[in-house]
Design a protein around this ligand. Structure first.
Ligand code: UDP
Length: 399
């Protein structure tokens, strides 16, 4: 019997989509055409200003040295504040949100984003929908309170620390489980390749160390300054910068003198990571989880204040990365690690020990179970899942 899933994410950065894609692909790998998944950028789909502008504004919002973002993060990082703000957001955007839920009838709603969760539970209650809500949390330590709505039937966290945060936010203990970070299968496959094969595939030199520099999906933070600082020191390495969707950054870097390979948004990040000896990155949670799987040591040049601060602590305390928040520090850290292959190898082993390659399959199976239980209980009550949703949809057309 087919199960329907509504996956909600948003392109505020590249990580929410990457995680949703990883779980979608895993559901399809394990359950084949039995799993039908609708993927929606929920903030854009609402078509309500300012929510639909969030993906475009995100790079600027976390910029400006991150101070306004940090302030907003910590001031709103309480369940009571989240409930209040979400209630206002739901009042304002409920017509569009209700329409979206009616247009995509599903056995389970799955959120991969912190922002819509409380509003989703309000919408569900208002429409009389009975399908469960699952939240896949994507921050390792400092996950915002907005992830943890107490009305979700299932909350899957990447770490014990995130689970503890869920409990502190009042989520019942039987509704939260540690799953690990969802990661695309390509990273598991790449981890099994020889590094030389990945380099040959990408046309990279075999004999020189390869340094990969990335700023998440949007090429965020002072990446240009880090690259300039590094190029000025003439490191004995091949430098590859992945600028992601940040075209302005790619243009600036392509104009730099010196040996430097600049790529835009790449779809095969797994190959690039497998080919590299060292990753210089912002502390995005998905990038970290991917680097763990391929066993790649890291130098962090930046972290989005609030949600990514805990990621740095998590990796640095476990010896898999270095924190170098100024461009010169980042360049020096790279040079130092280039000259110490043994230290690099130890960091790589520690990174690999943090990998949770089974996480994505675990998450897919949990979601499937939730869908099966839900449609099973509805059938036991003699209700067809989608007839029930159509009925509630009709009843609420005037809401
Ligand atoms: N990514 C990608 N291609 C690129 C740049 C980034 O596929 O050219 C992916 C990367 O592999 C990771 C995600 O985008 O899965 C970035 O997520 P992260 O949580 O690290 O940072 P965010 O972009 O969400 O701030």
């Amino acid at each position: 019997m087919q199960r329907k899933f509504l996956f909600l994410f948003s392109d505020t950065g590249g990580g929410h989509r990457a995680a949703a894609q990883a779980v979608r692909d895993e559901l399809m790998r394990v359950y084949g055409s039995g799993a039908a998944i609708a993927m929606i950028d929920v903030l854009t789909a609402l078509r309500r200003w300012p929510f639909d502008r969030f993906p475009a504004w995100y790079p600027a919002m976390v910029g400006l040295n991150g101070i306004p973002w940090k302030l907003g993060f910590y001031l709103s990082d309480h369940s009571a504040v989240v409930r209040l703000v979400s209630w206002w957001g739901w009042l304002y955007g409920r017509g569009a949100l209700h329409r979206l839920l009616r247009q995509h009838p599903a056995d389970v709603i799955v959120s991969f984003h912190a922002v819509p969760n409380y509003a989703l539970t309000l919408a569900r209650r208002h429409l009389g929908l009975s399908q469960p809500l699952a939240v896949v949390v994507l921050d390792l330590l400092s996950a915002h309170a907005a992830w943890f709505t107490c009305d979700a039937e299932l909350i899957l966290t990447p770490t014990d620390a995130a689970r503890a945060r869920a409990l502190r936010c009042g989520v019942p203990i039987d509704r939260v489980q540690v799953a690990g970070m969802p990661t695309r299968r390509a990273f598991m496959e790449a981890a099994a390749w020889p590094r030389a094969a990945a380099r040959a595939h990408l046309g990279l030199p075999q004999e020189t160390p390869v340094i990969l520099l990335v700023g998440g999906g949007d090429g965020l933070g002072p990446l240009a300054a880090v690259v300039k600082s590094l190029v000025a020191r003439c490191p004995p390495a091949h430098l590859v910068v992945i600028a992601g969707r940040n075209q302005a950054l790619a243009t600036v870097l392509r104009a730099l003198p010196g040996p430097l390979q600049v790529e835009g948004f790449v779809s095969d990040m797994a190959s690039w990571m497998r080919a590299a000896d060292l990753l210089v990155t912002k502390a995005g949670p998905n990038t970290l989880a991917e680097a763990f799987i391929v066993g790649l040591p890291m130098v962090f040049y930046a972290a989005v204040p609030g949600q990514e601060a805990g990621n740095v602590a998590y990796v640095v305390e476990r010896g898999a990365g270095l924190w170098a928040p100024r461009p010169e520090q980042a360049a020096e850290a790279v040079l130092s690690l280039l000259s110490r292959p043994q230290a690099r190898a130890e960091m790589a082993a520690r990174a690999a020990s943090l990998a949770r390659p089974e996480a994505t399959e675990f998450i897919a199976r949990k979601l499937w179970e939730l869908a099966a239980n839900h449609s099973g209980s509805r059938q036991a009550n003699g209700i067809s899942p989608h007839r029930a949703q159509r009925a509630t949809g009709r009843a609420s057309l005037h809401n």
